[in-house]
Design a protein around this ligand. Sequence first.
Ligand code: 4AD
Length: 464
Amino acid sequence: MERVKIAELYKNSEAFGTKTITVCGWVRSVRDSKTLGFIDLNDGSCFKGLQIVFEAEKVENFAEVAKYNVGAAICVKGELLLTPQAKQPFELHATEITLEGASTPDYPLQKKRHSVEYLRSIAHLRPRTNLFSAAFRVRSAAAYGIHKFFQEQGFVYAHTPLITASDCEGAGEMFRVTTLDPANPPRKEDGTVDFNEDFFQKPASLTVSGQLEAECMAMAFGQVYTFGPTFRAEKSYTQRHAAEFWMIEPEIAFAELEDVMELAEAMMKYVIRYVMDTCPQDLAFCNQFVDKGLLDRLQNVVDNDFARVTYTEAVEILKKHNDKFEYKVDWGTDLQTEHEKFLTEQIYKRPVFVTNYPAEIKAFYMRANEDDKTVAAVDLLVPGIGEIIGGSQREERLDVLETKMKKLGMNPEDYWWYLDLRRYGSTRHGGYGLGFERLIMYLTGIQNIRDVLPFPRTTGSAEF
Ligand code: 4AD
């Protein structure tokens, strides 16, 4: 019989009972007496492992198997015995055990609890642990859930470039991409670097957001989304910032800020429900060992409307509690994590949309409101994390946008193609960016972004 995954056994053990099957995976533990032994085998297909029973009478290499080290890769042929009365609902009684790859006694993952800090130092092996296998399975399911949500609604999946010449967020946090020798670049007569000699013949960088290109695609397809890596050379050494992270950026035409919020709320609820349905064991583990309130909180999110508040109202609320904050709040200041957490955890106790931020603290492309002070921006803040989504209605008026760009010292000619969208069939439109890692933190209760990225890239960390 073909190889069976452990997940399939948990889904429908009856179908395999009393049949001969083969299961392959990695040894979590081995214990034996003289003639009988047990292996806890994991294959990563689901949270749970499989108990292998091996007996000297049935398995010819019994003595050798009993000496397998934790971490060894093996394949086991045997008969599945249903044990509904026991702790595990079935076990595999081996008739043949073959070693694919041995392990050694100094295997870095022993059967004990390791700290997340230690596990970060062995990112190549940590997916084999309970916590990280749960986190990365949730990550996989959430990615699929997001695609499913947008595809079911007829959105077109748009692939936007990773290498770009424009700084979408205008924050100057871009990683340069160049083929020039940084120590000795070619120079023009006036001493400035001659980018004509560079691969792209102009300064190029890794993208901080696919939004500008997504806008182009939305102006053709009506509703699009991106889902890909983004890069920010942010020095901030925080638990929620990475230099390489994944972002989902839907963009919708003929739409205003209200539509953007409705879409964001529907997407969040859909993906949370999807992961709760597809990864119950992984979430149950996180609920038990990472964050005791996780499942209740997620259920609450899908059952209730998100709160809404304008930036101006939020500032009024926060100002009353300024004594509690390291950074004092006043109209015009950007909200810090401590303020975002206070709003969601102390005031609203659920996700909250904050809208209409001061123009000065937001990016150039956001639509100016009538008051001339604020822009049609929206951030979604969630308990435990703070900002998880940032979005806006975009400025669709050519003259307003050009004036704004000049005011910010940008050269409109550099963005001729972006401005063309306002020249040819401009429409109200908007969208948002969901930080995928922050979503996974939210779904698992894991506090540090380094633990939801398989191979995190943060300042000073690019080992694996
Ligand atoms: O608010 P941001 O900067 O928005 C944009 O990039 C817009 N262009 C999105 C759009 O409207 N299409 O980033 C969006 C989200 C944040 O809310 C946050 O969740 C995540 O991206 N994010 C990061 N996640 C991890 N590490 C970082 N360094 C992040 N910077 C932003």
